[in-house]
Design a protein around this ligand. Structure first.
Ligand code: CMC
Length: 424
């Protein structure tokens, strides 16, 4: 059986055979046979915009692998910084490589004083921290002029290190500002996740020591969120990056996409939904409202997972570890009941709607004391390493600028009408 498809243009009788390679068919052959006939693919549900070697995802089987390594093994055995290295460089680091990488990241955690004092401090007192983060990432491009040298390997590496290192500092700064607390400088004696928690929660103690179980939980959550192949924000990163914008501007676009409630804002929406449901008795009527199309079950469903999201399974276990330290989040019972009802209901079964990564992550963050507005920020901190891995891959592929086609459905040509002749 040939691994190919044949397309016939019934208007001309001409046929073309297109090989199926790695599960895809090239659009070039289609374009040759059918110039001017475009795929109409809203949301790019059937279009592979790129070849990529970063992350493998099988949504039917519930499989997620970074560079070939199953997410379950990475969550169990690795650290976020090691995963970031893996995503960016394709291989796990040896000890020498890891020490050098970790030291590089650690020594780039500080932000320019003007970013904080003049830029972040200029926001309105109740600014959303994710809005502040998006803007701050974009602003960094004006501080590092070598950011434009995207084909200089040393300059590219430097921006990658800077962005990964500064994300927790910017994130914590945005939080501290929004609650009127003074900025905390990075404590570079601490590992990545512990340093972030120190910048978040330190008050007057000389050294903030976070509970090791909570540090590990944050690190695992960072691993789980580090990449997810061609999701909306990564596609934004690739799209803006394809115009050869600098990595800060591209990452700001990606972060803006992540801000949306259908993407990185979903864990915030889950907690708001659980709070609105309020008690176990209200679960059944809420499920009915979802089924009648009045609302959606936040944290459920996924464009590519038509099975239990493997990250959600790991997060459930992380939740147990966190709740042992913080006490149980009172919304957990409602979440468990919702999941149980939904997983046995024909509406959700037939549409293959399962809990996604965001269903439980918000409960963990809330139990750890993070305000809901910080949830998308917590998602963005590690996702920057995935964005950068895709951005770097795109530049190495020398990819084309993203410039899709459209199916035009507007007016045909018509003559301009002067204002005084238009209908009132
Ligand atoms: N609750 C109720 N019904 C749903 C839901 C939901 N959460 N998600 C999908 N459906 C239904 C939808 O109404 C449709 O039904 P019908 O065929 O009768 O019209 C069917 O399932 C297919 O839905 P869709 O909107 O075509 O699916 P999609 O692939 O375009 O949307 C999604 C994916 C994630 C946007 C959607 O499932 C959703 O809105 N979920 C809630 C928000 C959420 O949890 N987002 C986080 C995603 S995971 C984090 C990340 O990777 O960014």
């Amino acid at each position: 059986m040939p691994e190919s498809i044949t397309i016939t243009d019934n208007r001309t009788g001409q046929s073309i055979e297109i090989p199926i390679e790695n599960g895809g068919v090239s659009s070039a052959a289609w374009e040759k046979l059918l110039p001017g006939v475009w795929f109409h693919d809203p949301g790019l549900t059937a279009t592979a915009m790129t070849e990529s070697a970063v992350t493998y995802l099988d949504g039917d089987a519930g499989i997620l692998r970074y560079r070939g390594y199953p997410i379950e093994q990475l969550a169990e055995e690795s650290t976020y910084l090691e995963v970031a290295y893996l995503l960016l460089k394709g291989e796990l680091p040896n000890q020498t490589q890891y020490d050098a990488w970790s030291s590089e990241i650690t020594h780039h955690t500080f932000i320019h004083e003007n970013v904080r004092k003049r830029f972040l401090d200029g926001f309105h007192y109740d600014a959303h921290p994710m809005g502040m983060l998006v803007s701050a990432i974009a602003a960094l491009s004006t501080f590092y002029l070598d950011a434009k040298e995207i084909y200089d390997p040393a300059a590219r590496e430097k921006q990658i290190v800077r962005l990964i290192a500064k994300m927790p500092t910017l994130a914590a700064a945005a939080h501290r500002f929004s609650v009127g607390m003074p900025f905390v400088y990075p404590d570079n004696e601490l590992p990545f996740a512990a340093n972030f928690l120190s910048m978040m929660w330190k008050v007057a103690e000389p050294h903030y020591k976070a509970n090791p179980a909570l540090v590990r939980a944050i690190d695992v959550l960072f691993i789980l969120h580090a990449d997810h192949e061609q999701n909306c924000s990564t596609t934004a990163m690739r799209t803006v990056g394809s115009a050869h914008a600098d990595p800060y501007s591209s990452a700001a676009a990606a972060a803006a996409a992540l801000y949306g409630p259908r993407h990185g804002g979903a864990n915030e929406a889950v907690v708001r939904m659980l709070t609105e449901i309020g008690s176990i008795e209200n679960v059944a009527p809420y499920i009915e409202a979802v089924k009648s199309g009045k609302t959606r079950l936040q944290g459920f469903g996924h464009r590519v997972y038509k099975n239990y999201d493997p990250r959600a399974r790991i997060i459930k276990k992380v939740a147990d570890d966190v709740f042992e330290v913080t006490g149980i989040n009172p919304l957990l019972d409602i979440a468990l009941k919702l999941e149980d009802v939904a997983l046995h209901d024909e509406y959700f079964i037939s549409r293959r709607l399962y809990p996604n990564v965001d269903f439980y992550s918000g409960l963990i963050y809330q139990a750890m004391g993070f305000p809901v507005a910080m949830f998308p920020v917590l998602f963005a901190i590690p996702r920057v390493s995935g964005w950068l891995a895709h951005w770097s891959e795109l530049l190495d592929q020398d990819g084309k600028i993203v410039r899709p086609r459209q199916v035009y459905i507007g007016e045909p040509e018509r003559k301009y009408v002067p204002m005084d002749q238009r209908e009132s």
